[in-house]
Design a protein around this ligand. Structure first.
Ligand SMILES: NC(=O)c1ccc[n+]([C@@H]2O[C@H](COP(=O)([O-])OP(=O)(O)OC[C@H]3O[C@@H](n4cnc5c(N)ncnc54)[C@H](O)[C@@H]3O)[C@@H](O)[C@H]2O)c1
Length: 330
């Protein structure tokens, strides 16, 4: 039996990761979430019917909470964080406090345990996005070892990236100093059902369901990649279960898809998946600072655990649209 803690377990990645890990009868899960963003919706309640998973509603920035946690976990996936661009502008000081403090408390808690679990920390591609803005160059595809950059400390947009940058350093040096295995992952555009309502695909799903005319597309010629959530959580689990990520310094690993697609072609695929095409498209420029291309180098994860994404964009978009059609924003 493997005992696994998932912080932020009611959120997008946490929920799908829990679903994936429960497929193994030998896993017992504890999810911790303060439900700031994650919700006790029908999907989560269905998941919680399994008696090998429980949810603790708690705030990870409350240091007293850790005294009540069991001390025999084998794995900890630390996903809890405030993310979503609107929060960076609305309460940058809270983004900094919550993301950094919860990580420090998790690390201090692990440090004090006699049986130390393996830790997965979710960083972000945002941690290196500032390098492009500051120096106007980044290798494409982008490998893990590029500089992490906060291009403007006064711009609230970079608070989240700042917490990921310092978070990576905390994990690297705590793991080495207190000798516990850990891996840092940088998710690149995970998508799928139950991802909130703010990102591009959830937003398009809702506008398609309303049959919006004309259908507005921002930054039509910019390219992006999209990694379907079931592929993504499998990648995280493989990295955590692999001996190849047990050494020091800890490994930092990109998880993403390498099939680049322009936003206008993505829209066409989404219309096909939904079975509706608008009569008129309207193209508008993307917001200032938006990059033309973003592409992760995923050769490291291939080498470490042999993972490559397997869900086609067509299948993933169909599943995503169907979920959002059945779960419109309230
Ligand atoms: N989804 C992506 O493509 C993506 C990309 C880059 C990085 N990440 C990182 O992956 C992790 C998970 O992302 P997600 O997309 O599932 O986000 P999410 O917002 O859906 O999940 C995060 C969860 O953490 C919880 N949480 C926040 N503050 C908390 C606190 N103080 N105590 C307890 N719980 C708290 C929220 O309620 C939420 O359910 C985050 O660290 C995020 O920064 C995700």
């Amino acid at each position: 039996m493997k005992k696994i803690l998932i912080t932020g377990g009611a959120g997008f990645i946490g929920y799908h990761l829990a679903h994936h890990l429960l497929a193994d009868d030998g896993n017992e899960l504890v999810l911790v979430d303060n439900l700031q963003r994650g919700k006790r919706d029908t999907d989560l309640l269905e998941l919680l019917k399994n008696d090998r998973v429980s949810l603790i509603e708690a705030d990870l920035t409350d240091h007293k909470f850790y005294q009540s946690l069991p001390d025999d976990f084998d794995r900890v996936y630390h996903l809890a964080a405030v993310n979503g661009t609107k929060w960076f502008y609305k309460m940058p000081q809270e983004v900094l406090r919550i993301n950094v403090l919860s990580l420090i408390y998790i690390l201090e808690w692990i440090r004090g345990l006699s049986k130390k679990p393996k830790l997965c920390f979710t960083s972000s591609n945002e941690a290196y996005a500032g390098a492009l803005e500051a120096f106007n160059q980044l290798p494409l595809p982008t490998p893990e070892n590029v500089p992490l950059v906060i291009s403007d400390t006064f711009n609230p947009r970079w608070t989240y990236a700042g917490t990921k940058l310092i978070g990576e350093q905390f994990v690297i040096f705590y793991a080495a100093a207190y000798q516990f295995p850990a891996v840092i992952v940088r998710p690149h555009n995970f998508y799928g059902p139950r991802a909130g309502y703010d990102h591009v695909l959830p937003e398009w799903s809702q506008r398609i369901a309303r049959q919006e005319e004309p259908f507005v597309i921002y930054g039509a010629d910019e390219t992006r990649t999209f990694c379907y959530i079931t592929d993504a959580v499998e990648a995280m689990q493989l990295l955590m279960d692999s001996d190849s990520t047990n050494g020091y310094p800890v490994e930092t690993v990109h998880i993403g898809n390498t099939d680049e697609i322009t936003m206008s072609d993505l829209a066409k695929k989404m219309f096909a998946a939904a079975g509706w095409t608008p009569q008129k498209l309207e193209y508008k420029p993307s917001p200032p600072g938006s990059v033309k291309r973003r592409l992760a180098d995923i050769s490291k994860i291939k080498r470490l655990v042999g993972w490559v994404p397997s869900t086609s964009l067509t299948d993933g978009l169909k599943k995503t649209f169907e979920w959002y059609q059945a779960h419109p924003k309230k």
